[in-house]
Each structure stands twice: as C-alpha cells, then as structure tokens.
Ligand binder design. Structure first.
Ligand SMILES: NC(=O)c1ccc[n+]([C@@H]2O[C@H](COP(=O)([O-])OP(=O)(O)OC[C@H]3O[C@@H](n4cnc5c(N)ncnc54)[C@H](O)[C@@H]3O)[C@@H](O)[C@H]2O)c1
Length: 231
C-alpha cells in the first residue's frame, strides 16, 4: 500500500484527490493537510510515502521543500510558481541519507486529454505559421496565464526553434468554467483549432493516481509533465 497525504485537502482539487486515493485499492489516505482543517503539512508528513499538493502558488514550493527534507515524495498539481529551487534542493540532498532520496513530479495538467492536446499543438506548430492560445478557467483560479497554457506555449516554441515568435496567451476567468484550452494555429487561407475541455475535476484523477504510483521510482527529479509517465 502506498501511504498518501493530501495538501490542500479542503480545496476543490484536494477533496477530489482525497476521494480518488480512498477509492484506489493500492493506496491509503493517511493525512489531510489544510489550514481550513486545522492540520499543517508537518502534522501529516511523519507517516507517509507520498504527498499530493494542490494548494496555492505561494505555498506549493515551501510545501514541496518540506516534503523533500522529510524524505517524502511529492506530486505537485499546483500551478503558477517557479519550481527551480526544487532542482537545487535535490542537488543539495545528502547522498547517503537515512531514507532514500525523495522525488518530485510536477504536472501543470493531469488530464490525459490535455496532455494529448499539448502534444498535437507541438506537432502542428512545426507546420503552421503562427499560433495563439486561449485558456478558460473558473473565476477562483489565482494564477494567470494557466500553467497548462504557459507550458503549451513553451513546448511549441521549443519545437519550432529559438527564433520562433512568442505564442500569445489570452486568459478568460468566468463562473461555470472548469479548465479549458484552445490552441488556434493560422496559415495562408486556413486555421486549425485544437481544443480540450475538463468539464469535471474527475478528469485529473487517473493522472494523479498514476503519478502517485510512479513518483517513488523516477530516475530523475524533478520531472515536469505527466507525459513522462505515459511512454
Ligand atoms: N495540475 C492539474 O491538473 C491541475 C488541475 C486543476 C487545478 N490545478 C491547480 O491546483 C491548485 C489548487 O486548485 P483548487 O481549485 O483546488 O484551489 P482551492 O483554492 O479550491 O484549494 C486550495 C486549498 O489549499 C489550501 N491551502 C492553502 N495553503 C495551504 C498550505 N500551506 N498547506 C496545505 N493547504 C493549504 C487552502 O485552504 C485551500 O483549501 C491551483 O494552483 C490550480 O491551478 C492543477
């Protein structure tokens, strides 16, 4: 059994992750950290193998560093923060610690359809002149542009080459939305639109559970992107 705690357990994503972990036969939910539940991350770190973090851009890094220092693997879904210090923390970890080194997996989007949307957009960017991204999210989302849009744009630019133009991102925040993205590519006399919609937070759960199962056996860390686990 993989022993799991969830940071941000009272949040929109955290509640759904807790249900998914409780429903997984190979996992045990041992902790729910959230200020709204009067439980800190430190309260739940002692006895778990993996922490899943769906908190806020201003807390995710500190949470992940606390996990690494405790030797606990961490799966991060929180977006809108700079993960660079996690690589440095990994390099600084004691090479002969009492527990094996802990790993980090970060995914700006755990929905398989969104991963495919990013891959198709990267492929299309190689063949069409220009592209722009429109991302649509619920009005409670704190970061803008979304982590998915920022990563899609970075991957598309990387695929085309360093001289490629920026891929502009437009952000829409409205009640009624969950998480949606359109990549629109244009060339002479034609456009191509690639669209993904998460209409329910359940869409992220197979990806989150996959990450929990694999984060402990990564050869490298931090790993960014669910596609690294999809073969
Ligand atoms: N990677 C993905 O697939 C994916 C999908 C959806 C949302 N997200 C991201 O997940 C994050 C959470 O989204 P949400 O809609 O659930 O937000 P939310 O505001 O509903 O939930 C965040 C929760 O974190 C708690 N929290 C704040 N500080 C904390 C701390 N130090 N320790 C533990 N808990 C703490 C808050 O009290 C709150 O309950 C956002 O960054 C969002 O962009 C990622």
């Amino acid at each position: 059994m993989i022993r799991v705690a969830v940071a941000g357990a009272a949040g929109r994503m955290g509640q759904t992750v807790c249900q998914a972990v409780e429903g997984a036969e190979d996992m045990e939910l041992l902790g729910r950290a959230d200020p709204l539940l009067d439980t800190t991350l430190e309260d739940v770190l002692g006895n778990v193998d993996v922490v899943v973090d769906f908190t806020r851009p201003d807390t995710a890094l500190a949470n992940a560093l606390a996990c690494l220092h405790a030797g606990v693997h961490v799966v991060i879904g929180t977006t809108g923060f700079d993960p660079a210090p996690l690589g440095e923390a990994r390099a600084e970890q004691d090479p002969h610690p009492p527990r094996p080194q802990a790993n980090v997996l970060i995914a700006p989007n755990f929905a398989i359809g969104a991963v495919l949307m990013m891959q198709f957009a990267v492929d299309a960017a190689r063949h069409m002149a220009r592209a722009e991204i429109i991302e649509f999210h619920h009005d409670g989302k704190l970061d803008k542009p979304s982590g998915t849009a920022a990563r899609t744009a970075a991957l598309m630019r990387e695929a085309v080459g360093a001289d490629a133009a920026e891929v502009p991102i437009h952000s829409v925040r409205l009640p009624g939305l969950v998480a949606h993205q359109e990549v629109i590519l244009g060339d002479v006399g034609q456009t191509l639109t690639i669209r993904h919609d998460s209409v329910d937070r359940e869409s992220f759960m197979p990806g989150v559970l996959l990450a929990v199962r694999h984060v402990g056996s990564l050869n490298d860390s931090p790993v960014v992107g669910l596609e690294k686990l999809l073969g």
